[in-house]
Write a protein that binds this ligand. Structure first.
Ligand code: MRU
Length: 349
């Protein structure tokens, strides 16, 4: 299966997701600045994938510092890594996985008090590799738990890309879809194209075709009509952040689908690893929603499709209130409302 991120001992190799599906090009990041740039420009994207990439960004910061200053003292070493951490965290504000992964790396850094910078760098490298490997394992568990929610013959609607490309591997929403397909359920998938950046059309459609899972691409505005015609059995999406009351931030357009699903009496599922849960916020309204460049809306595939001077509003994510979420599928199990009770219960596991 495709790997969005691979650690190559001295550099981080990323698939350039802005070029898919027309060409498979790789970018080799040799310093943390190029990792930050790849996250900002969405060459690597998807909540768990940017978390794992940022963790390797910290390792690259440490490695490059040791090369230029082999005898760097501990305070200078720690200061440089703190700067790298801040720059990586400043790339995208919404997905909590980015902050979770960088925080975990800094915690590892602060735990070790006796080692030299060279030894700490080796420990950081191990930690980033664990973040990456654990993400794949969590996605497989999400897939196994989610299986119980996918009936034989289900026609599933998904949005954006919550697949192998958005994670270290396998995917969250697509992990559940993959698990159902592997279990022999004859499912089929409707994929929203997901304007403005077309992650559904470019990435999800490509991943599902590669896996031989039946997929049909629709534009974002077609979802309601399909539901009205009885052509959708359930909706499953990923998440960028899930807060204590169960509110979910995910790709712009997710809320619209949740409202439509409720209107048509369809289950609306969110699949995410525990690293996407942020119990420090009590309500979705506290989640910072990233706004991106107007050019992403005015342009498609490098072509301007609107008057170049038209004002544009481009929020990259929206908020789905927990009352619209039928269940959340995590690597620790499936939870249902009331989420302000079920989420803290999972936190104790
Ligand atoms: O802007 P993106 O492409 O990074 O947004 C991605 C999403 O919204 C995904 O649904 C989410 O990160 C979950 S990925 C497992």
């Amino acid at each position: 299966m495709v790997k969005a991120i691979t650690w190559q001992d001295d550099f981080l190799r990323l698939i350039d997701q802005t070029k898919l599906p027309l060409t498979t090009e790789y970018i080799d990041c040799r310093d943390y600045q190029s990792v930050a740039q790849a996250i900002r420009t969405m060459r690597v994207r998807g909540a768990p994938a940017i978390g794992a990439a940022a963790a390797f960004g910290i390792v690259l910061a440490a490695k490059r510092l040791l090369e230029t200053q082999p005898s760097v003292n501990r305070p200078d070493y720690l200061a440089l890594l703190q700067t790298a951490a801040s720059e990586l965290q400043a790339t995208r504000p919404t997905a909590i996985n980015l902050f979770w992964a960088v925080k975990r790396m800094l915690q590892r850094l602060n735990e070790v008090t006796t080692e030299t910078p060279a030894e700490i760098t080796r420990l950081l490298e191990k930690e980033a590799q664990s973040i990456w490997a654990e993400d794949i394992a969590m996605n497989h568990r999400i897939g196994q738990f989610g299986l119980s929610l996918i009936p034989e013959g289900a026609r599933i609607l998904t949005h954006c890309n919550a697949g192998a490309l958005a994670t270290a591997g396998y995917g969250t929403a697509l992990g559940v879809i993959r698990a159902a397909h592997a279990a022999g359920r004859r499912i089929s998938v409707w994929v929203d194209e997901t304007r403005p950046l077309l992650q559904g059309a470019r990435l999800t459609a490509w991943e599902l075709l590669e896996d031989g899972i039946p997929v049909t691409l629709i534009t974002d505005s077609m979802a309601g009509y399909l539901m009205q015609q009885g052509k959708v059995d359930l909706v499953i999406v990923g998440a960028d952040r899930i807060v204590a009351n169960g509110d979910v931030a995910n790709k712009i357009g997710t809320y619209t689908l949740a409202v439509l699903a409720q209107m048509h009496g369809l289950p609306f599922y969110v699949a995410a690893p525990w690293s996407t849960v942020d119990l420090s916020l009590s309500s979705g309204t506290e989640i910072p929603i990233e706004e991106r460049s107007p050019e992403e809306v005015r342009m498609v595939a490098g072509q301007c499709i609107a008057p170049p001077s038209v004002p544009v509003y481009n929020p990259a994510f929206d908020l789905t209130p927990s009352r619209l979420v039928t269940a959340i599928i995590t690597d620790r199990g499936i939870i249902r409302p009331p989420y302000n009770e079920s989420l803290p219960e999972l936190a104790r596991l």
